[in-house]
Design a protein around this ligand. Structure first.
Ligand code: C2E
Ligand code: MG
Ligand code: MG
Ligand code: MG
Length: 293
């Protein structure tokens, strides 16, 4: 009796495993074809100055328009793309699109505003030997100055502390490209890399922003991050601002830049024009990191 029960469990377990493996294989092969079928789109989310709510730039966020499933979240497919190496093609595509879009903003914007574009890079892309050439090429083909591009990197890239990563970051800085640490405080790395690498800004992860209204300890974390950044002469961008109370606290704490659903969700490129018309965009000069200049 007990044995039967046991084997029955195994069968169910195997089926689930099988189902998962199958779903994964399907995702992989669909992802492979997605690029050829032009199913990827780049969306843009406005980044604003906290004080006057003026537009500073946009973060480029990839979307996959699956023929049957509709929009698939990057949280689902980026990890698979990283494991299969497809991230290299996807990353190149986003970089090219984002630079081209930013060049158009510069040409077409009614107030001669020059919003920058911020592109996410995965750790896997950072391991590529030709990342610098990819960035240079994308800027050149778009005719975009380096200082109109920011690259968002997670702490995991820095954990290895490799010579290649350091050299690449320094070379990117020489192109004028800004470097942001994304999802700050969610990884497992130490703080020591902050002054070792030439970063311009920290992005406060959404979970800290959403916790802002949950009590004093949570506010303390955000205030501490802002203090660290100030000491290192880095700028801070808080993501995931959904409520006016969060914005007010961030303003009070001296967080300079914000993005979030309170202002706008990520939008398709056609809709970015409205943002350029609505707000005369005046990007503030960034403080630069002492190690970088
Ligand atoms: P991330 O870089 O930290 O991007 C911020 C995420 O928070 C985005 O999710 C954005 O849509 C979402 N978000 C922004 N404001 C709010 C808000 O007020 N409330 C809520 N609930 N969410 C908000 P998304 O677009 O789903 O992207 C998820 C992650 O996927 C990104 O996190 C990034 O790590 C990765 N990703 C997206 N696009 C790319 C890409 O082109 N390349 C790479 N390598 N990764 C990407
Ligand atoms: Mg990001
Ligand atoms: Mg982030
Ligand atoms: Mg995040």
């Amino acid at each position: 009796q007990a044995k039967q029960f046991g084997s029955g469990q195994t069968a169910i377990f195997d089926e689930t495993m099988h189902g998962r493996a199958l779903a994964r294989l399907t995702l992989e092969s669909e992802l492979r074809r997605a690029a050829e079928r032009s199913e990827f789109e780049v969306y843009f989310q406005p980044i604003l100055a906290t004080q006057d709510e003026r537009l500073q730039g946009f973060e480029a966020l990839i979307r996959w328009r699956h023929p049957e499933r509709g929009l698939v979240s990057p949280a689902e497919f980026i990890p698979v793309a990283e494991e299969t190496g497809l991230i290299h093609d996807i990353g190149r595509h986003v970089l090219e699109q984002a630079c081209r879009q930013a060049a158009q903003w510069r040409k077409r914007s009614p107030h001669r505003s020059k919003p920058y574009v911020s592109v996410n890079l995965s750790a896997v892309q950072f391991a590529q030997m030709d990342l610098l050439e990819q960035v240079e090429g994308a800027l050149r083909r778009a005719g975009l100055p380096g200082n109109c591009l920011a690259l968002e990197i997670t702490e995991s890239v820095l954990m290895e502390g490799s010579h290649h990563v350091r050299k690449t970051l320094e070379a990117l800085r020489k192109l004028g490209v800004r470097l942001y640490i994304d999802d700050f405080g969610t990884g497992y790395s130490s703080l020591s890399y902050l002054h070792e690498f030439p970063f311009d800004a920290l992005k406060i992860d959404r979970r800290f922003t959403s916790n802002l209204l949950q009590g004093d300890e949570h506010r303390g974390i955000v205030e501490a991050v802002l203090a660290i950044a100030r000491h290192l002469r880095m700028t801070v961008i808080a993501e995931g601002v959904e409520e006016i109370e969060q914005l007010q606290l961030l303003r009070r704490f001296g967080c300079e830049y914000v993005q979030g659903f309170y202002f706008s969700r990520p939008i398709p490129s056609e809709q970015t024009a409205e943002w350029l018309e609505r707000t005369s965009c005046q990007p503030h000069p960034f403080r630069s990191h002492p190690a970088a200049r």
